[in-house]
Design a protein around this ligand. Structure first.
Ligand code: PLP
Length: 427
């Protein structure tokens, strides 16, 4: 199958290695797997450097490609280009905002928001999906599956359709935002609404992999994380390789935490950077097992029943826990938790700045607010926040907020008669 494949799967602590084309998601001892590339060989073939990536013009199958496949050498180096299934993921904007930086109390020149909601299906999940679906096809899998709080299913549905692979998504009953379930249905994937929560869906997916050979595209799939690494490299490139002090993002199943840590660790190994920014991972208070484990010096994870308005991070038993600990250690990172009220408040500010994002994404900004207030993040530091999903993913939360709240940013619609007299009051 793989002719020149030098990359491997490697157990994250025991170091046991497996071939890349072996379909497996954990080592024999149950540990998670990393994808390991032969960087020495890659460096010999390509003059890997900051300039190499900054000046490179990348194409995939004849189409210009920034984003994920711009970093192909460090994502999936030996994969034949013709096999890549891509919708030009990534290459997302790095926003500045006077309004949000003023609300946060940060220097507007040093504050950035990277908008992953601007990916093809509206979340960062596409970055992982392009790599994982390509590998699923390459490994001749018969069907792809996922458990999803919404965005993974939207992404899987679109990519499975393009790859002409049957797909099944499992979503927890009553807990998926309308924009996301609409996408899964519209792109034509089989959508199973499970009488249970996300963690029940995830358990089923792992069982379906073992018993039915259904290929999971959750972040337990190490190829997903290879694609998500590129968010970090893109930020570095966009900042002209100046290393920010902080990278702030939400944590649910902790795939991003794991992928971002790996990306920066590899960037240092490759000599692209000489130190790592610090991570601040933000959880919703009602779904904060990682935050609690962090507070206990990672002495153990206690799964919980998750409850938060930010459905994308409504996860009580994150599968990438052990990889995420490593990322926090590598980056001297911290974990914080915020209430749903704080998330909604931050969201009102992100939305009113004309940028907009779904609730889970705004946990990023709510976390920044809290960490700046506590003095952990200093007002003169360079801070990059990740907005993980699009504003249109969860319109119900927006409508509820603006119709029902009495806050300064609440902006309910007004009913008028069809006369210029009534209209002029609003000008
Ligand atoms: C999936 C998702 C998250 C959670 O990311 P993890 O990698 O599972 O921690 C956060 N925000 C949005 C919008 C998501 O879709």
């Amino acid at each position: 199958m793989y002719v020149n494949m030098k990359s491997l799967l490697k157990s994250i602590t025991s170091g046991k290695e497996y071939p890349l084309n072996e379909v497996r998601f954990t080592a024999d001892n149950g540990e998670l797997l990393d994808v390991i590339h032969d960087f020495d060989a890659i460096k010999k073939q390509n003059n890997i450097s900051r300039e190499y990536f900054s000046n490179k013009r990348s194409t995939i199958n004849g189409q210009p490609s920034g984003g994920v496949w711009h970093f192909r050498e460090l994502v999936m180096p030996d994969l034949p280009e013709s096999e890549i299934i891509s919708k030009q993921e990534g290459n997302t904007r790095l926003y500045r905002s006077k309004k949000i930086s003023a609300w946060l109390g940060l220097n507007k020149e040093k504050f950035f928001l990277k908008h992953e909601g601007e990916n093809p299906t509206g979340s960062f999940k596409d970055r992982g999906m392009t790599v994982a679906i390509t590998m699923a096809k390459h490994l001749k899998q018969r069907a792809v599956t996922c458990a999803s709080t919404g965005n993974t299913s939207a992404s899987l549905a679109a990519y499975a359709s393009e790859a002409e692979m049957p797909g099944i998504v499992l979503i927890p009953k009553g807990n998926v935002a309308v924009g996301k379930i609409s996408q899964a249905l519209a792109y034509g994937t089989k959508t199973l609404v499970v009488n249970g929560d996300f963690d029940d869906c995830m358990r089923l997916i792992r069982e379906a992999q073992e018993k039915l050979s259904a290929y999971p595209l959750n972040s337990i799939n190490p190829f997903r994380l290879e694609g998500q690494k590129t968010i970090m490299w893109e930020i570095l490139m966009q900042l002209n390789w100046q290393i920010p002090d902080w990278i702030v993002f939400p944590g649910g199943n902790l795939g991003n935490t794991s992928a971002f840590g790996k990306a920066l660790h590899e960037a240092k190994e490759l000599g692209l950077i000489d130190k790592l920014p610090r991570f601040a991972v933000i959880q919703a208070e009602g779904a904060s097992p990682f935050y609690k484990a962090y507070k206990n010096n990672f002495s153990g994870l206690t799964p919980q029943k998750a409850d938060t308005i930010a459905t994308a991070i409504k996860i009580g038993d994150p599968v990438n826990y052990t990889k995420a600990i490593r990322a926090i250690k590598w980056t001297n990172g911290i974990v914080e938790s915020v209430t749903d009220e704080e998330i909604l408040d931050a969201k009102a500010n992100v939305d009113a700045a004309g940028i907009g994002a779904e609730p889970a994404s705004c946990a990023t900004v709510a976390g920044m607010k809290k960490l700046i207030a506590s003095g952990e993040i200093k007002s003169n530091e360079t801070v990059v926040g990740i907005l993980t999903g699009n504003i249109l993913k969860d319109p119900q939360v927006i409508v509820d907020y603006h119709f029902n709240r009495k806050t300064a940013l609440a902006n309910p619609p007004h009913d008028i008669e069809a006369t210029i007299d009534e209209l002029k009051h609003f000008l």
